[in-house]
Design a protein around this ligand. Structure first.
Ligand code: ASP
Length: 337
């Protein structure tokens, strides 16, 4: 195997409850096409000998630009009908990392996270300070409603109606953070007792890569959870929870119920199991997603790559938008288990 042949990129576009029966072939194909296109485009960077860092940055930037996924354009709304975007990036060569939380006008939060990593003494900026930093770095800013889509507005209204007890979440074509537009359904008996089913609120994007030079990197970006309280920050921009990369072990990007992913320090736990306990990537990722997270009702999944180019994409929900591409090969994408 040549060095370049080991280069690999994996991405996710969120995990959640996905009703197989309800998703039309057309909708499913739209997601699969988007995932494959993003893998192909960002994968070219690896094929041409570029860095894992550049590949994950570009993959997440493209996912942010795609309105189907909950990050950047197409991000979910807070309870105040605003957007607060979070992102993180980490370089496995040297553990350098950058993160931003609560961005409102920066078009591509992943670029802001990368700028924090490369052009500041710090790891994380939040809210106004993060905006000011991005502005000073010359990053593109947009009007806050750039991130909104009609589907996200409807979704917020539905969730708020359900939370105020006016209606149950209906058995409809509801889009949410999990599905980002894939029709969902809940059985009638769950509708009444689950006015706000956690399964219906997931979604985030992320990428992990190993380049031909043997370097790992990870990046994660999210709008958070629909109807989140302003100021709430989930796992996505927390280094070690939603994002981690270390050349000695692996690169990880997560999606799921952020509070539980923070409490389980998910991304770093996978790395630690490999480093200290000698677990394989597959074992470590499986244990965390299928044994540890369920102990505190943590739902979601992750994509991970180890230093040998093995890929793990476990999730404990019904589905996760995901895929990977090895340099010189065709992308592989999947949604359901
Ligand atoms: N983990 C994200 C958050 O808590 C949301 C998600 O991935 O569904 O903000």
């Amino acid at each position: 195997m040549t060095q370049a042949a080991q280069a690999v990129l994996a991405i996710h576009g969120g995990a959640g409850a996905i009703a197989r029966a309800e998703a039309s072939d057309e909708v499913r194909a739209a997601y699969e096409t988007a995932l494959a296109g993003i893998l192909t485009n960002a994968g070219r960077i690896l094929e041409q000998g570029g860095s894992a860092l550049d590949a994950v940055t570009e993959a997440v930037r493209l996912l942010e630009e795609c309105p189907l996924f909950n990050a950047g354009h197409g991000a979910v709304l807070t309870s105040a009908a605003t957007h607060e975007l979070d992102a993180a990036i980490m370089d496995g060569r040297n553990l350098k990392s950058g993160a931003v939380a609560g961005l409102k006008t920066v078009r591509n939060p992943v670029l802001a996270a990368r700028a924090v990593m490369e052009h500041s003494q710090h790891v994380m900026f939040v809210a106004e300070g993060a905006e000011a930093f991005a502005q000073a770095q010359g990053l593109e800013r947009v009007a806050p409603d750039f991130f909104s889509t009609p589907l996200r507005r409807e979704q917020l209204e539905r969730v708020q109606r359900a939370e105020s007890g006016q209606t149950a979440l209906d058995h409809d074509t509801g889009s949410n953070g999990a599905s980002g537009g894939v029709p969902l359904s809940l059985p009638a008996d769950r509708q009444k007792d689950a006015p706000l089913d956690e399964d219906r609120k997931l979604g985030t994007v992320g990428a992990v890569a190993l380049d031909a030079h043997g370097n790992l990197a990870a990046a994660t970006s999210t709008g958070g959870m629909t109807n989140k309280q302003p100021g709430r920050v989930g796992d996505s921009p927390i280094i070690g929870a939603g994002c981690y990369a270390n050349n000695r072990t692996c690169a990880v990007s997560t999606t799921g119920t952020g509070e539980m992913f923070i409490r389980m320090v998910v991304a770093h736990d996978i790395s630690a199991r490999m480093e200290y306990a000698g677990a394989s990537l597959e074992e470590a990722a499986h244990t965390v997603v299928h044994e540890k997270l369920p102990q505190i009702d943590g739902r979601g999944g992750l994509v991970a790559i180890d230093a040998q180019g093995n890929v793990a994409m476990p999730f404990n929900t019904e589905g996760m938008y995901r895929g990977f591409i090895r340099a010189g090969q065709a992308p592989v994408v999947a949604i359901y288990a």
